[in-house]
Design a protein around this ligand. Structure first.
Ligand code: NDP
Ligand SMILES: O=C1O[C@H](COP(=O)(O)O)[C@@H](O)[C@H](O)[C@H]1O
Length: 489
């Protein structure tokens, strides 16, 4: 990404500016865009939240966030430039009469108003109605809506209906920041630009697929949001299903948003429903208890700030997914995602089938199958596990499993790897919504996820405890062990 054309400056209004997302990701990404001279000179950033802050104290909060998450990267000159863009406005977003205050800080006549909904989905309808009634929007205005959109299919439809009353579809940017990650987009290149995988990407050659999205952090003071949401809705309904579609969809006709959306929807429709009859065998729910991460003791979920001791919300989920189509018949995809795992790790492992016959019995009783490991974060890259002959003059061929390693940071030394939010915020400011989601694919994802949520409710499936610092409850190991498989560790 380099600076090229001129784009109209924006008034970027972040609703929920004092929240975790804003402080941990949005402000940091905006600072990095500033650092690379990618923000238009006149673009301004207006934080809206319900606390009694001022622009001065908001600037201090932003600086503290940068210090906490980006310390070594902060440059005083860039910070000076960046901080001049920031201001703060207190609005209780549930109070329609307070939205008129926006007129005092937003200049929709000379800038594009970009409304970033960085709040819980319960507030999305309020914001749309508030913006509409105060009359600040025009045909150029945009809105960026965070995932999860709603709580289930019904609420998602209700939100999208209200959004459609206020914004035209081409003004709507439904964000999933995983779609801005280089390694997720690289899946398109890996699959559809390499003939090597063209004939092998199916049930003939692949045994099973694993997708792991583990985080070492807990809920980071977000009890109100997270406890109503849970890991299934917070991570799996969106990020993991998006990764799954990129790994398993059919080749799109071209790279247009429409072609890609269409293939993703087809794939989502092919996911075999999980119901109360098979939910216990196909899913695992977990909730962390106190434990240790990298030697530090951390509290359990029920001891987090603001916690309700009776909560049965899951902080971990593992699922066996079956895809009912020609390509993937008989190839399970195992997905898992959790908070307070031993470390942050997002990866996809494509496990190939064993060869039908082994002529190297002196090395391996059973030949280990090939694996393609795609590391999304940290340390983006791709590894291929293959068998090679150990060099030597012995008469027999002795094999060893070795790794062909393509590290992005090593291979693309001259290119900077942009974060998901950096890339997508920039696209929203520039008015390009190609990498954002369509309403239909989100609703299709909810249809599949709702059935799991309903099955858990129907069966009163409680979350299984796991000590922080582990890869979920033991039952998650059993989910694969039942099929004679194991998670990639
Ligand atoms: N955190 C993350 O890493 C990510 C979050 N997201 C999504 O972003 C959204 C927000 O998440 P997150 O930042 O974690 O949540 P937080 O609860 O941390 O932030 C929400 C902010 O909105 C404020 N708020 C709540 N009610 C009102 C109100 N009536 N008027 C004004 N402000 C209000 C909150 O204030 P108060 O604290 O007083 O309640 C808080 O500052 C969610 O949809 C989430 O899925 C997406 C990707 C990553
Ligand atoms: O959407 C969310 O994502 C973050 C994890 O994002 P990552 O880019 O750091 O992998 C997660 O912590 C948060 O709970 C969730 O809302």
């Amino acid at each position: 990404m380099t600076r090229n054309d001129y784009f109209k400056p924006c008034d970027l209004v972040i609703y929920g500016a004092l929240g975790d997302l804003s402080k941990r990701k949005l402000l940091i990404s905006l600072y990095r865009l500033e650092k690379h001279d990618l923000l238009e000179a006149d673009t301004r950033i207006i934080g809206v939240d319900r606390l009694d802050e001022t622009s001065t104290s908001f600037i201090e909060i932003a600086q503290q966030s940068l210090q906490a998450f980006l310390n070594h990267e902060i440059d005083q000159n860039i910070w000076q430039r960046f901080s001049q863009r920031l201001s703060y406005l207190k609005i209780d977003l549930t109070q329609p009469e307070q939205y008129h205050l926006l007129h005092s800080v937003v200049d929709a006549s000379s800038r594009v108003m970009v409304n970033y909904f960085a709040v819980s989905p319960f507030l999305f309808k309020n914001i749309c109605k508030g913006l509409q009634s105060c009359g600040i929007l025009n045909a150029e205005s945009r809105m960026v809506m965070e995932k999860p959109i709603g709580y289930d299919l019904k609420s998602s439809k209700e939100i999208n209906d209200v959004v459609a009353d206020v914004f035209h579809e081409d003004q709507v940017y439904r964000i999933d920041h995983y779609l801005g990650k280089e390694t997720v987009l690289n899946l398109l290149a890996l699959r559809f630009a390499n003939s090597l995988f063209y004939t092998s990407w199916n049930h003939n050659t692949i045994d099973h697929i694993q997708i792991t999205v583990g985080e070492d952090i807990g809920i980071e003071g977000r009890w109100d949001y997270f406890d109503k949401t849970g890991q299934l809705r917070d991570m799996l309904q969106n990020h993991l299903l998006q990764i799954l579609t990129f790994v398993t969809m059919e080749p799109p006709a071209d790279l247009s948003a429409e072609s890609i959306h269409m293939e993703k929807i087809k794939l989502l429709k092919a996911l075999r429903p999980i119901t109360y009859l098979n939910v216990e065998e196909k899913t695992v729910r977990g909730q962390y208890t106190a434990g240790y991460i990298k030697g530090q003791s951390v509290p359990g979920y029920l001891e987090e700030e603001g916690a309700n001791t009776n909560s049965t919300t899951e902080s971990f989920v593992a699922i066996r997914v079956d895809i009912d189509n020609w390509r993937w018949s008989g190839v399970p995809v195992y997905m898992r995602s959790g908070k307070r795992m031993p470390n942050k790790r997002t990866e996809i492992v494509i496990n190939f089938k064993n060869l039908p016959h082994n002529i190297f019995k002196d090395s391996f009783h059973e030949l280990p199958a090939n694996k393609l490991v795609i590391h999304l974060q940290p340390n983006e890259g791709v590894d291929v596990m293959v068998l090679n002959k150990i060099p030597g003059i012995d008469g027999l061929i002795k094999l060893q499993q070795t790794k062909l390693d393509l590290s992005f940071s090593e291979t693309f030394k001259k290119s900077r790897i942009f974060g998901g939010y950096e890339k997508l915020i920039l696209e929203a400011l520039r008015g390009n919504n190609t990498l954002f989601l369509s309403r239909e694919e989100i609703e299709q994802a909810w249809t599949w996820v709702d059935s799991i949520q309903e099955a858990w409710q129907h069966n009163h499936t409680p979350p299984k405890p796991y000590p922080a610092g582990n890869w979920g409850p033991v039952a998650s190991v059993a989910l694969l062990a039942r099929d004679g498989r194991a998670w990639e560790e």
